[in-house]
Design a protein around this ligand. Structure first.
Ligand SMILES: NC(=O)c1ccc[n+]([C@@H]2O[C@H](COP(=O)([O-])OP(=O)(O)OC[C@H]3O[C@@H](n4cnc5c(N)ncnc54)[C@H](OP(=O)(O)O)[C@@H]3O)[C@@H](O)[C@H]2O)c1
Length: 256
């Protein structure tokens, strides 16, 4: 049976990704910065799907903790076939003129450094198995900037470069590395109008809708499974067409 690991997956997008793989027959490792919440989510997923699951703590940036988790999986006979890097430091509300340098760099350490270390431990196991897949849940802000997110957007641009570099380096081991680029997702933040999300221009897509968790999960499954066996270094944008517009369309009555 194949095994996958997904970070930041106790709820929302990450949990939907875990559920998508579980339903396809994968064993699933759910991580969270808090081990208790990871264990609870893993038990919930097992009850819902019947899949083998495990919850584990992973918090930025602790390489020893990452190595210990992958060693533990190996001891349980569960080396990974797929790693999905979903957790992110969202770096919300950073005024570029005043943001503390450490706070700025924390976003890079998590979104690039920590993700790199997790991807590397996954790749070491995939290499032994003759291949595997790494999926970065990136963002269309890797290409298009939004206000007060200078560290987040630039870190996500960096992840595109990292994914391409790893795709080149690890292709010879049949390890594929790809990115999903969501636009806006219907998270609690969006539901509760955080940062005026419901009125944000990025809601107004050619398709007239933004992503459900399952839309991102389906894209992650495609890139993280054998269905995309000849695809590496690719970017799959899931944003209702937001990025291709010259100006926002389909603005609902009373908004915009
Ligand atoms: N929401 C959107 O509209 C949107 C748009 C474009 C791209 N994305 C990308 O899609 C992915 C999921 O987004 P989401 O909005 O669903 O995420 P989220 O729920 O805000 O975060 C996902 C998980 O990441 C972990 N996390 C949060 N802050 C963290 C930090 N500072 N350091 C390490 N881990 C942290 C949390 O897990 P624990 O608390 O369990 O550790 C959280 O449940 C992210 O990579 C995000 O950049 C989202």
């Amino acid at each position: 049976m194949k095994t996958m690991l997904v970070t930041g997956a106790t709820n929302g997008t990450g949990y939907a990704i875990a559920a998508r793989f579980a339903r396809a027959g994968y064993g699933v490792v759910i991580t969270s910065r808090e081990g208790d919440r990871a264990a609870e989510a893993a038990a919930r997923l097992a009850a819902e799907t019947g899949a083998w699951t495990k919850g584990a703590a992973l918090a930025p940036v602790d390489e020893a903790q990452i190595i210990a988790l992958f060693d533990e999986l190996r001891a349980e006979g569960r080396t990974v076939d797929t790693v999905v890097l979903n957790a992110a430091n969202l770096g919300i509300g950073m005024d570029a003129l005043t943001v503390d340098y450490r706070k700025f760099m924390e976003v890079f350490e998590t979104n690039i450094g920590w993700n790199f270390l997790i991807a590397r431990q996954g790749a070491l196991q995939m290499k032994e198995k003759g291949g595997g897949a790494i999926v970065f849940i990136n963002s269309n802000t890797a290409y298009r900037a939004i206000p007060d997110r200078c560290a987040y957007g630039s870190s996500k641009s960096g992840v595109l470069g990292l994914a391409r570099a790893l795709a080149v380096d690890w292709g010879k081991f049949n390890i594929r590395v790809n990115c999903v680029l969501p636009g806006m997702i219907k998270t609690v933040r969006w539901q509760t109008n955080y940062n005026d999300c419901r009125s944000a221009m990025s809601n107004f897509t050619p398709l007239g809708d933004i992503a459900e968790f399952e839309d991102i999960a389906n894209a992650a499954y495609y890139l993280g499974s054998d269905e995309s066996r000849n695809t590496t270094g690719a970017e799959l944008t899931v944003d209702g067409g937001n990025m291709i517009q010259l100006y926002p369309v389909n603005i609902p009555e009373g908004r915009g």
